[in-house]
Design a protein around this ligand. Structure first.
Ligand code: NAD
Length: 377
C-alpha cells in the first residue's frame, strides 16, 4: 500500500503529518511511504532524514495523489486534491466536519474514505491517537509563552535588594487539555494561577496543579458522556461573566480555552470585561478559530484595546512549537495505523464494528456514513 504525505496547502501551516521516525515505523509495518520534498522544512525535519527512514520524496504531487492508497495531512485538503484521489483510497487529517459539509460531500462523491482526527473517541484505548489532545496540550503551553513575551512584567515573585516584585496573576478559563497545560506552564514560570471550568470534575485537577479553582454558581452544568462540556444557557453565561469580571480585572494574563464540542465557542469575555482590565495585560484566545471566547479577538491578529489590553488571536498556537507538534501528531498517526494494521496481510483492516473506526470514519463507499454527518433521510 502506498501512503503519501503532501505538503500542507494552508500557507501558514508549519506542521507536517509525518516525521522521519514515524515514517520508519510505517515502512516497518510494510507501507510504501512517499512524501513531498520539503515536507518538514517549516517544522525542522530534513529531507535527508526522511529519505534515510525509507521515504521516497516525490515532486509530482498530482501523480503521487493519484497513485496513493492512503493520504496523510494535518489540515483539510483542497477540493481539487480529493477529485484526483483513487476511489477506495483513504484520507486522514483534521477536517472540521461540523463546518465542512461540502468537503464531506466531495469525499463521498470521489469514493474516498475520510477519517477526521477530531472525531477519534477520547477513550483510553484511543489515547495514543488522540490528536486533539496532543495538539491542545502544546497550544496551552504556547499560549502562556506568547503571553509572557508580550507582558511587560516578570511572572515569578522576586525578592531583590531593590524591593519585591509580585508574582503575575494568570486566569485560565476552561481547564480541559489546553487549559490544564496552560495552568501547569504558568505555575512552572512562577505565576499565581486561578482557573474556572463549567465541568465540576475539573476542580480537583486544577487544584492538583497548585492553582486556585474559581467558584461560580451556575446551577446545573455537567458534561456529556464523551466528557465534553454541555452548552450553557444565556442566563448561565451572563452569571459566569459576572463572576469572572473581577478576576479578569485583577489578572495580568487571561487565557481562554473554553469550547463546546461541535458548536461555536461560547463568548465569555465581553468588551466591558476587557475595559475593566489593567493596561498592559494580555489575553490569549485559544478558541479564536472556533468562534472565539473573547469579544474583540480576531484570528491571526493581535488587537490592542483602547485601555491597552493586548488580545492575541493566534489561530494555531501549537504551530509555534511545530517541531514537537509534528512529532506528537505523527505519533498519533502511527498509533492509528498500528491499531488497524493486519501484519499478516500487510494491509489495513477497517472493520466497521471497531469503536474507534465508527467514531472517526466520516465517508466510505461513496457516502457520508458517520451518523452525526450523514444527510437526514
Ligand atoms: P474542549 O476543547 O472541548 O473544551 C475545553 C474546556 O472548555 C473543557 O474543559 C470544557 O469543559 C471547557 N468549557 C466549555 N464551556 C465553558 C465555559 N462556558 N466556561 C469555562 N469552561 C468551559 O475540551 P478538551 O480539552 O478537548 O477535553 C474534553 C474532554 O475530553 C475532557 O473531559 C477531557 O478530560 C477528556 N479527555 C479524555 C481523554 C481520554 O480519556 N483519553 C483524552 C483527552 C481528553
Amino acid at each position: 500500500m502506498i501512503c503519501y504525505v503532501p505538503a500542507e496547502s494552508a500557507p501558514a501551516e508549519p506542521r507536517a503529518a509525518l516525521t522521519p521516525a514515524t515514517a520508519q515505523a510505517l515502512v516497518k509495518l510494510g507501507l510504501t511511504v512517499q512524501a513531498a520534498p520539503g515536507l518538514g522544512r517549516a517544522s525542522h525535519y530534513a529531507d535527508e532524514d526522511y529519505a534515510k527512514a525509507g521515504v521516497s520524496l516525490v515532486p509530482d504531487h498530482a501523480a503521487a495523489l493519484a497513485a496513493a492508497d492512503i493520504v496523510l495531512r494535518v489540515r483539510k485538503p483542497p477540493a481539487a486534491d480529493i477529485a484526483r484521489m483513487k476511489r477506495g483510497a483513504l484520507h486522514l487529517s483534521f477536517l472540521d466536519p461540523f463546518n465542512e459539509k461540502e468537503l464531506l460531500a466531495a469525499f463521498a462523491a470521489a469514493g474516498v474514505s475520510a477519517v477526521s482526527l477530531e472525531m477519534i473517541p477520547r477513550t483510553t484505548l484511543a489515547q495514543k491517537m488522540d490528536a486533539l489532545s496532543s495538539q491542545a496540550s502544546l497550544a496551552g503551553y504556547a499560549a502562556v509563552i506568547e503571553a509572557a513575551q508580550r507582558l511587560r512584567m516578570a511572572l515569578p515573585m522576586m525578592m531583590t535588594p531593590a524591593g519585591t516584585i509580585m508574582a503575575a496573576r494568570v486566569f485560565v478559563i476552561g481547564a480541559g487539555v489546553a487549559g490544564l497545560q496552560a495552568i501547569a506552564t504558568a505555575k512552572r514560570l512562577g505565576a499565581r494561577v486561578e482557573a474556572f471550568d463549567t465541568r465540576p470534575v475539573v476542580e480537583e485537577q486544577v487544584k492538583s496543579l497548585g492553582a486556585k479553582f474559581v467558584k461560580i454558581d451556575l446551577g446545573e452544568t455537567g458534561q456529556t458522556a464523551g466528557g465534553y462540556a454541555k452548552a450553557l444557557t444565556p442566563e448561565q453565561i451572563a452569571k459566569q461573566q459576572a463572576g469572572m469580571a473581577k478576576i479578569c480585572a485583577q489578572s495580568d494574563i487571561v487565557i481562554t480555552t473554553a469550547k463546546v464540542f461541535g458548536r461555536p465557542a461560547p463568548r465569555l469575555v465581553t468588551k466591558a470585561m476587557l475595559d475593566g482590565m489593567k493596561p498592559g495585560s494580555v489575553v490569549v484566545d485559544i478558541a479564536v478559530e472556533s468562534g472565539g471566547n473573547v469579544e474583540s479577538s480576531r484570528p491571526g491578529e493581535d488587537v490592542v484595546t483602547p485601555n491597552g489590553v493586548t488580545i492575541i488571536g493566534h489561530p494555531c498556537l501549537e504551530g509555534t512549537v511545530a517541531f514537537h507538534a509534528t512529532q506528537v501528531l505523527a505519533a498519533n498517526f502511527a498509533a492509528w495505523f498500528t491499531h488497524f494494521w493486519d501484519a499478516q496481510q500487510k494491509t489495513l483492516r477497517l472493520d466497521p464494528p471497531d469503536e474507534i473506526l465508527q467514531g472517526c470514519l466520516i465517508t466510505r463507499g461513496g457516502a457520508v456514513v458517520h451518523p452525526q454527518f450523514a444527510p437526514k433521510a
